[in-house]
Ligand binder design. Structure first.
Ligand code: NAP
Ligand code: MG
Length: 442
């Protein structure tokens, strides 16, 4: 399969289209490597993952160029993605060394309980194209730390960056078979991985539709599963909020990666008295925004469809134009409410809807209305009020007075329709462990 640069269509590489046999070979390789990697001491695993992180740093320019080419994102954004993803690898190198068992004493020194973590086994990591480095390394690093071996299946739009990550893992000296990659068609490779008897866990990031298919294959085979799905982020602006901060959150997170981000702000919820002052400030920043590249033609068509539908429903749309086939301008939508698709379903395109709500209770109800729960945002000067509001939002993450939401040491995961399970943080490591209780009675 040929891979093309998104900006100019130039061919940038060729990858294999794996079939079920290729997946089987990868699963066997990963399974064969498992006993050795599982038996490696936590300290040695930590050292190996640390070497990997340092080699990724050395190759970070190359990786970022691949991301920029494949996804079409600006090079500085690709660099930022790669740098933050490498921080995650450093973090889990440290966690590998801290993965110890616990002794729960009883009457004598020999009796009691030892509780020890064991790797779940071979992990299939199925990832999307929007953050093709981060979403691989969020799975790969903790899986390796836990002692698992991994098969990566990247998105067809962006397989080269993922390929490079796996290549660097070999160069860093991770034993053969510990990190593997299969490229190819999602349904073919995805089914082969999710049904393979040697695969113990499927760690997936992507759409709800595909998640349901994967769950349908994995559940009856009792495989471990983590599903990181879409979001429909709301920004709740409390009446006392600093509107410049609120605007910064809405602009930065509404249009990040040309809206192709699961943690994007898609709805700004304001009480009537602050709507106009907010919009006045918002429009100043909005006027300076440049168009961005949509990575897929499907996303581009969806952007146009969502805005047309909102206009037909009587909403006002600023911006949103498509230029030059692949570039879209960010869009601001006012006057759209429930029933309009872009406020009900994740747009995954650069669209921010500004919605007036009677009061904070109504803002919380609207934030929680669609069946998503990944990241929400609250702005306000009274921190107690922010925390109380945040506590009522049904999402795995709530950011207060800012937009940098992801850190390696804190859990990230979707509630409700946004998924199952957690990545990053301590829970993101333990997600790759199963626990053994050794009970010594005498
Ligand atoms: P997608 O279509 O679900 O694809 C994701 C991955 O699944 C790709 O590797 C794809 O391979 C593979 N796949 C496709 N069909 C499959 C099948 N039937 N069985 C198994 N695997 C299959 O998602 P996308 O359009 O690339 O990404 C956008 C979605 O990801 C959005 O909903 C977004 O919100 C979500 N997302 C969530 C997070 C998070 O952390 N929660 C982060 C980023 C993105 P092919 O490329 O070969 O089709
Ligand atoms: Mg796809």
């Amino acid at each position: 399969m040929e891979v093309h640069a998104r900006r100019d269509g130039r061919p940038i590489g060729v990858v294999a289209a794996a079939d079920a046999d290729a997946v089987d070979r990868a699963a066997r390789a990963a399974h064969d490597a498992l006993p050795g990697w599982r038996a490696t001491s936590p300290a040695a695993r930590a050292a190996a993952i640390g070497r990997y992180a340092r080699l990724l740093e050395q190759f970070s320019d190359l990786i970022a160029e691949r991301v920029a080419d494949e996804v079409g994102k600006p090079l500085p954004e690709a660099h930022a993605e790669v740098a933050r993803a490498i921080d995650v690898v450093h973090h889990f190198a440290g966690e590998a060394a801290r993965l110890w068992s616990a002794h729960l004493p009883a009457e004598s020194l020999v009796t009691g309980s030892t509780v020890r973590p064991d790797p779940v086994g071979v992990v299939a990591a199925i990832t999307p194209w929007n953050f093709p480095v981060a979403l691989v390394l969020w799975k790969l690093a903790p899986a390796l730390a836990a002692g698992c071996t991994v098969i990566v299946k990247p998105a067809q739009e962006a397989p080269l960056a993922a390929w490079t990550l796996v290549d660097i893992a070999q160069q860093a000296g991770l034993p053969p078979g510990v990190v593997n990659i299969v490229t190819g068609d999602g349904p073919t490779v995805g089914e082969a991985l999710s049904t393979h008897p040697l695969v113990a866990k499927v760690a997936f990031t992507g759409s709800r539709r595909v998640a349901e298919q994967i769950a349908g294959w994995a559940a009856p085979r009792l495989k471990h599963l983590s599903l990181e799905l879409g979001g429909h982020g709301a920004l709740v602006v409390l009446p006392d909020a600093d509107l410049d901060v609120a605007v910064d959150v809405a602009i930065s997170q509404g249009y990040v990666n040309t809206g192709q981000a699961c943690y994007a702000v898609n709805r700004v919820l304001l009480t009537p008295d602050v709507v106009e002052p907010f919009l006045e400030r918002f429009r100043v920043r909005f006027a300076e925004l440049k168009p961005g590249v949509m990575t897929t033609d499907r996303g581009l068509a969806r952007h146009v469809m969502l805005l047309d539908e909102a206009r037909n429903a009587g909403a006002l749309v600023d911006g949103g134009e498509v230029t030059d086939g692949r570039w879209v301008h960010p869009a601001l939508v006012t006057g759209a409410g429930p029933g309009v698709r872009l406020v009900d379903e994740e747009p995954f395109t650069p669209i921010v809807a500004v919605m007036a709500v009677p009061d904070v209770d109504a803002a919380v109800a609207e934030a929680n209305r669609p069946d998503y729960g990944l990241v929400n945002y609250v702005c306000g000067e009274d921190l107690r009020a922010c925390l109380e509001t945040a506590g009522r939002l049904q999402s795995g993450t709530v950011a207060i007075n800012g937009w940098r939401v992801v850190v390696p040491h804190a859990p990230y995961g979707g509630w409700r329709g946004s998924g199952l399970g957690t990545e990053l943080g301590r829970p993101g490591l333990e997600a790759f462990c199963r626990w053994q209780h050794l009970r010594v009675l005498r």
